[in-house]
Design a protein around this ligand. Structure first.
Ligand code: GLV
Ligand code: MN
Ligand code: MN
Length: 422
């Protein structure tokens, strides 16, 4: 047990947190300063080995499950489910240094802060990293945390195929991260994730930190257009069944859709493959992805229905066949009101100007919200840039976020129940 006065005076070591962030950024480092640690690659293994080494050095008990999630636990004075924090350490191919990594390494910094002072919490604490949060190499995103909470059967996750044609289970075996801890995993007492905002709102509106209210709904679809390969010079325009044209029209449609729907609706075509992809051949086939997101489930369904209608109409008009495959679908999530309030009140008590806001990106916390009270702390992102090597957050903001996480975790670990605002 840690007394309230002692708890409130505790602060993490910001320089030590930065050192670990810098060290982890060397795994899969890109020449431009970013990180490329796509899930289950050699670079991911290197990052995992480094972080698990730190977990063990800190005296934590590390459990690795069959999808490669790692949960490191520090005993409390009492038994029972731990207060958990964490995030992910995989990145997109053009990733930065903080997306995900901050939440995991801030957790380790908090553990070291407690170790330094020989403090034992009442409830156990745990720090986890969850496999393939990005979903950039194999879908769905948040794969590890979804399996952890029982939302995706392990077999199904194992059978997922990466963009380079490998089965996830084979890649897990190859990098030595098909562990034996039970899956689904035990529900924590509560889960709180520190993450960079990855958007422009906190910086633009001059807020120091964010109390995240939930996560918007996510709909990922792979679209395959089958047309007819033909000669680019000899085929009159009216004779064409051009898969590339259909893809292009759909890309433009997605943009129009977001403009027409307005509000929180966003839409992205981020990946496309053409076959045969040659200068003088009308494309036979196009495969591309559509990422639609909205904070309102009914509006997200409307966007999906309008996309489906567009695909039907353009298939008929262009004489092509179109098939779709769902890659990921998550309804919007609302975090536990008590945890949102706790994050907001704690950030305020620490002297920060704090704003409540929903998350635009997917996060492991949205999966934990299925099994325990969950919430998130956001730090500002410079110019709102993320999934880009230029992703940046000022060290002082990273430290401030970690200190708020520390206080939130300690309130959750030391008090009888999650505090409720009167
Ligand atoms: C994953 O983090 C996503 O939001 O795409
Ligand atoms: Mn992330
Ligand atoms: Mn990300």
């Amino acid at each position: 047990m840690i007394g309230e006065a002692q708890r409130k005076a505790l602060r993490i070591d910001g320089a030590r947190l930065m050192r670990r962030l810098d060290e982890l950024a060397k795994c899969g480092a890109r020449d431009d300063g970013g990180c490329n640690r796509l899930a289950f690659t050699d670079a991911d293994k290197e990052g995992r080995d480094l972080v698990i080494g730190w977990m063990r050095e800190l005296g934590l008990t590390v459990a690795i499950d069959a999808i490669g999630n790692a949960v490191a636990t520090r005993s409390g004075a009492e038994d029972g489910p731990p207060v958990m924090c964490g995030s992910h350490i995989d990145t997109v191919r053009t990733g930065g240094r903080y997306d995900g990594n901050l939440g995991v390494l801030a957790g380790l910094e908090i553990i070291e802060t407690l170790n330094d002072r020989d403090l034992t919490t009442r409830r156990p604490l745990a720090v986890g990293f969850f496999s393939n949060e990005e979903g950039a190499r194999a879908t769905p995103d948040m794969m590890g945390s979804l399996v952890y909470v029982g939302g995706l059967p392990l077999d199904e996750a194992h059978r997922a195929v990466t963009i380079d044609g490998k089965k996830v289970v084979d890649e897990l075996e190859r990098i030595g991260y098909r562990g034996t801890a039970p899956s689904p995993g035990p529900a924590p007492y509560a889960y709180v994730e520190l993450h960079i905002e990855q958007g422009p709102i906190l910086e633009a509106e001059k807020f120091g930190l964010g109390a995240v209210t939930g996560v918007q709904g996510i709909s990922w679809t792979e679209v395959t257009v089958n047309g007819q390969a033909n000669h680019a010079g000899t085929t009159p325009m009216s004779f064409r069944h051009d898969a590339c044209f259909v893809a292009g029209e759909t890309i433009a449609f997605v943009r129009r859709l977001t403009k027409e729907m307005g509000g929180a609706q966003v839409g992205t075509v981020g990946a496309i493959d053409l076959d045969p992809n040659l200068v003088n051949v009308v494309a036979r086939k196009a495969v591309f992805t559509v990422d639609l997101r909205n904070t309102e489930e009914t509006l997200l369904q409307e966007a999906e229905a309008r996309l489906a209608r567009h695909l039907e109409e353009i298939a008929a008009a262009e004489g092509v066949t179109i098939t779709t495959r769902r890659l990921a679908r998550f309804e919007p999530v609302t975090f536990d009101a008590r945890v949102i309030d706790l994050v907001e009140d704690t950030a305020r008590a620490e002297g920060h100007n704090v704003r409540r806001l929903p998350a635009g990106a997917g996060h492991d916390a949205q999966m934990f919200a299925r099994v325990c009270p969950a919430g998130m702390v956001f730090t500002p992102s410079v110019k709102g840039i993320s999934h880009n090597p230029k992703e940046h957050t000022e060290p002082a903001d990273l430290e401030a976020g970690a200190n708020v996480l520390l206080q939130v975790l300690l309130t959750l670990s030391e008090t009888d129940a999650i505090p409720e605002r009167s």
